[in-house]
Design a protein around this ligand. Structure first.
Ligand code: PLP
Length: 222
């Protein structure tokens, strides 16, 4: 199937409240343009320099999401244009994003990445660290970042029960934080980013409202 056919199927299948982030990492601009011409406007990349060069080349009504792990020294390259940073996992990183956002006279929306998978390799904070970050005085002082939700990645396994349980765990934390969000910073807490090509159905069943889908749209990556 072609990229535009895949996107059409997603559009028919997804509930209205679920945002589809088309994960275009490693794919050429021609593939992204095919998705763009089929109406897709939200793209996710995991390398800052690759995202920056695609941003330069492509139409300016695209929303660019950084979904990968972020090194602090590279934040400046995406600060002028990035719409949402999914994988914030420390206050230090949030502070750097705030600084670069201020230089660009903008506010940058972020998600905190929560570790829900059992593998050690997945980045992310635990619930307690995220809660104390959000309720800290240092966080309240940051004027140019908004934490608008959470992101997580389930364990890479065929065990659907395990994947569902991990998504449920994240949904629970999200609901808890949502109730407290007003106290945190006044920004709206409204995004739960979970689900990829292999597990987005389970993620949506368990409360996701933003899925990050690459190979099911663009085909396998090399
Ligand atoms: C690559 C990637 C995805 C998309 O993966 P697919 O399995 O191709 O859908 C989603 N989220 C993150 C963080 C990724 O790095």
């Amino acid at each position: 199937m072609t990229i535009s056919e895949n996107l059409k199927n997603f559009k028919n299948e997804l509930p209205d409240n679920v945002t589809l982030v088309a994960v275009s990492k490693t794919k050429p601009v021609s593939d992204l343009m095919e998705a763009y011409n089929a109406g897709q406007r939200v793209f996710g990349e995991n390398k800052i320099q690759e995202m920056e060069s695609k941003w330069q080349e492509m139409p300016k009504d695209i929303e660019w999401h950084m979904i990968g792990h972020v090194q602090r020294n590279k934040v400046k390259y995406m600060a002028p244009f990035v719409n949402l940073i999914h994988a914030v996992d420390s206050f230090k990183l949030l502070k750097e994003i705030d600084k670069e956002a201020e230089k660009n006279e903008r506010t940058i929306a972020c998600l905190l990445q929560i570790k829900i998978a059992e593998e050690d390799s997945k980045f992310g904070m635990d619930e307690a660290d995220a809660a104390s970050l959000l309720s800290s005085e240092e966080f309240k002082k940051l004027q140019n970042v908004e934490v608008i939700g959470l992101m997580g990645m389930a364990t890479f396994t065929d065990d659907e029960k395990q994947v569902s349980e991990e998504f449920q765990k994240l949904k629970k934390i999200y609901d808890k934080f949502r109730i407290q969000a007003g106290q945190f910073s006044g920004s709206e807490f409204k995004v739960l980013s979970m689900g990829m090509s292999g597990d987005y159905k389970l993620a949506i069943e368990n409360g996701s409202n933003m899925i990050r889908v690459g190979s099911a749209i663009f085909g396998e990556r090399n």
